[in-house]
Design a protein around this ligand. Structure first.
Ligand code: PLP
Length: 399
């Protein structure tokens, strides 16, 4: 069977074809089959011995690999222009396994303070218990980031771009330039909000990329998955630890992911266009105090985003003028298309108040201290007709 993942094609074509065999089955099936098995049988002890001697590429046990999962991995690697990809049962399984594979007791991590909060929680609490120290720096403060690096101890810089909910965009070339000055220092970027359609950090010199594939890569709000991409050397260390920690992706979810990935370019291009249009419309709306979208000139990272990204993504955050927790809640309640839910990147438009959805347990003053105002709304656009989405928001804001 031939695999066309090495063909020199553009991203939209790779999304459809890369990683998949031209002939998926002896019967000529066009789509990749779901290899629904937990284990793999050997015809004889001799075959088992040949396998352990490295003579054959085949399955052994589901925790170490599965053909459907590997098809999805080849496709994501091709999209991210990576040598390798390892898939996990969730974005957090990808993040935590990767960090555990790279970091040792006594080492130090520098991280931007607006990374996904569960990632920060894992670094601060779990890794902290295992003797890994972390320093958080404000997004956009490259001098502070460099000052936080301890040349003999810092092993990893962790950044995210764009971030939630203010869509801050890290200058990846600048981060790569900084990390190259320190031997052995690696740079990991969570690129979930960008997707390979809008940004390919590995091509800029980033060492490892993680994605919550639950979001745009899956794209239909019907699966949980996580991906890490990078060099074969780094990814194989992560893959080996995955076999120990066990956070593998189920082959059925891998099939849904492959299916979702085929339309990734179409969906994200649509989401980019709709989000930019709604961001501009919201910015001109009298009931809106401020809009955060990296495709707007008013965004602090507009220049970096324009140079680094081919689209600005599908998430728009905004402040409702004079709004409080209750009145903004009522705006969301009036939406008839956008659904109130966490997550982003699927075909359905989702809307949420971070004060409720992510920080319900905090007091108002604690939320303010971390920069979350009660009139903040995050809109994650889907692929619905943009006229309908604008009308939906218009009615909700008018109410
Ligand atoms: C930027 C980012 N990274 C990682 C994750 C974790 O992914 P998952 O929910 O698939 O575990 C999320 C989830 O919201 C996220 O937004």
């Amino acid at each position: 069977m031939s695999d066309d993942s090495t063909s020199p094609t553009r991203l939209g074509t790779r999304a459809v074809h890369a990683g998949e065999a031209r002939q998926q089955s002896p019967h000529g099936a066009l789509t990749a089959p779901i290899e629904a098995t937990a284990t793999y049988a050997f015809d004889s002890t001799a075959e088992l011995v040949a396998y352990f001697e490295g003579g054959s590429h085949r399955g052994e046990y589901g925790r170490y690999g599965n053909a459907t999962v590997e098809t999805a991995e080849r496709k994501i690697a091709a999209l991210d222009e990576a040598e390798a990809c390892a898939l996990f049962g969730s974005g957090m399984a990808a993040v935590t396994t990767t960090l555990l594979a790279i970091l040792r007791h006594g080492q130090h991590v520098v991280m931007t303070s607006d990374c996904y909060r569960r990632t920060r929680q894992f670094v601060a609490t779990t890794l902290g218990r295992f003797g890994v120290e972390a320093t958080l720096v404000e997004p956009g403060d490259y001098a502070a980031l460099e000052a936080a690096i301890q040349p003999d101890r810092t092993r990893l810089v962790v950044a995210e771009s764009p971030t939630n909910p203010y869509l801050r965009v890290a200058d990846l070339e600048r981060l790569v330039h900084i990390k190259r000055q320190y031997r052995g220092l690696k740079l990991l970027v969570d690129s979930t909000f960008a997707t390979p359609v809008n940004q390919r950090p590995l091509t800029l010199g980033v060492d490892l990329v993680v994605h919550s594939a639950t979001k745009y890569l899956g794209g239909h709000n019907d699966l949980l998955a996580g991906a890490v991409t990078g060099s074969e050397t780094l990814v194989s260390a992560v893959r080996d630890l995955r076999g120990v920690l066990g956070g593998v992706l189920d082959p059925h979810a891998a099939y849904l992911l492959i299916r979702g990935l085929k339309t990734l370019a179409l969906r994200v291009e649509r989401q980019n266009a709709t989000a930019l249009r709604l961001a501009r419309w919201l910015e001109a709306h009298p009931r809106i105090e401020r809009v955060y979208y990296p495709g707007l000139e008013s965004h602090p990272d507009f220049t970096v985003a324009r140079a680094q990204m081919t689209g600005f993504g599908g998430v728009v955050s905004f402040l409702v003028r004079d709004g409080d927790l209750d009145s903004v809640g009522r705006v969301l309640d009036r939406c008839r298309i956008a659904r109130i839910a966490p997550s982003l990147g699927g075909v359905e438009t989702l809307i949420e108040q971070p004060s409720y959805m992510s920080f319900y347990e905090l007091l108002p003053e604690e939320r303010l201290a971390i920069g979350i105002r009660d009139n903040l709304v995050r809109l994650a656009v889907g692929i619905e007709d943009p006229d309908d989405l604008e009308a939906d928001l218009s009615l909700a804001l008018a109410g």
